[in-house]
Design a binder for this molecule. Structure first.
Ligand SMILES: [Zn+2]
Length: 384
């Protein structure tokens, strides 16, 4: 089963359905493998699809495409094994689109029939899950994993949990000072080697974050020895005894570090954007301003609370997006109704190479606005 990736989200955001309906379905998958709920979910989700399509005035080819979408989605949900989380399927058979991905987080069941894929839940999860390199280092060796989608994958180092004892036997005749100096030099060399391994794992797996673990008293020395670009990625450290900590201990502790780090990063970026907005700088706050900024392709980073959702309109000619309006004020053409204007905005930002950060906490200063954005330039006034 594929996992969501930036490339996939981009592909979906840029997909051209040539006027055919696109079906996006998200179905909860429970942890219990004996659970048969997915079949029930599939039934009610496809019922939603048919209801939405009934009001849409479909062409003959649109109808054929939709029938094929329904069949494939039903089969995928009822006949395949899905990991716990959410099964996501986006299909537009008539235009050759079919993507199924397993999302690691559980979101509510949802079916959307629209002219474009509904991708918000995927972008939210992608944003939450920047992949991290996790390294447990001590003087006996380094173990390195990658952490993505809540799963730890072994990358390099000692695969088993046993740690070699440092060999002090040969130093019996040395005085304590020399032993100490020798040990420090060994540690330094070992740390350099470990840093090289971590660097290689980060490069090979595109890890943006680093979590370091080890003995509490040895960690500061190792952090000190890190090259600058690795230190810049350091999300946090975990005190871990390599002899007793299991892979599951490491996974849980590292996930918590990454979560806390990402939460802090989002809060910081909310503060910065709202400060800029208050100072009349290049920033937008509130859905209407953000939609206008999205129309002008002005958004560098969009911050959006997950709860925010609103029906609205879009102009297919120049991509004017707004909450309401039968005609586009830019070109005078008739607009098209969309079920969730925030999803259109998210797509527009991704298409232009901007970033989207989804905020799940409701106790941040963003709560008052719902959405805010760091802009590439100060906005001209909105057309009335
Ligand atoms: Zn227009």
């Amino acid at each position: 089963m594929r996992r969501v990736s930036a490339a996939m989200v981009r592909h979906l955001a840029e997909f051209d359905a040539r006027g055919l309906p696109v079906v996006s379905v998200y179905a909860r998958v429970e942890v219990d493998p004996g659970d048969r709920a997915l079949g029930t979910h599939a039934g009610s989700l496809l019922h939603d699809v048919r209801q939405q399509a009934a009001g849409g005035g479909l062409t003959h080819s649109g109808r054929l495409s939709l029938n094929e979408d329904e069949r494939r989605i039903f089969d995928a949900l009822t006949q395949q094994e899905w990991p716990a989380g959410t099964a996501a399927i986006v299909s537009c058979s008539g235009a050759g689109l079919y993507e199924e991905v397993a999302l690691s987080r559980t979101i509510r069941n949802r079916a959307v029939v629209d002219a474009t894929p509904w991708i918000r839940p995927m972008t939210a999860i992608l944003d939450e899950e920047r992949s991290a390199c996790v390294a447990i280092v001590d003087r006996g060796g380094a173990r390195v994993w990658t952490l993505a989608h809540g799963e730890l994958h072994w990358a390099v180092g000692q695969r088993d949990e046993t740690v070699r004892k440092p060999d002090y036997g040969g130093w019996a005749g040395l005085d304590e000072y020399r032993v100490q100096r020798h040990a420090t030099e060994l540690a330094r060399r070992h740390y350099r080697r470990a840093a090289d391994q971590i660097q290689a794992v980060c490069t090979a797996n595109g890890c943006e974050l680093l979590v370091l673990g080890g003995h509490r008293q040895e960690l500061p020395g190792f952090v000190e020895a890190l090259p600058n670009d690795l230190r810049a990625r350091l999300a946090g450290t975990i005190a871990s005894d390599p002899r007793t900590s299991t892979t599951e201990d490491v996974r849980r502790a590292a996930s918590a570090v990454v979560e806390r780090h990402e939460e802090d990063r989002r809060r910081r970026s909310i503060g910065e954007v709202l400060d800029t907005h208050a100072a009349h700088g290049p920033a937008a706050a509130g859905l209407e301003d953000c939609l206008w900024a999205g129309t002008l392709r002005a958004i560098a980073t969009l911050l959006v609370e997950q709860r925010v959702e609103a029906p609205g309109v879009i102009c297919d000619h120049d991509h004017w997006i707004a909450l309401a309006g039968a005609r586009c004020p830019l070109c005078g053409r008739r607009t098209r109704q969309v079920p969730d204007v925030v999803d259109e905005l998210v797509e527009a930002v991704i298409e232009e190479g901007g970033e989207v950060a989804h905020i799940s906490a409701d106790d941040t200063p963003l709560h008052h606005h719902g959405t805010a954005a760091a802009l590439r330039f100060v906005l001209p006034p909105r057309p009335s």
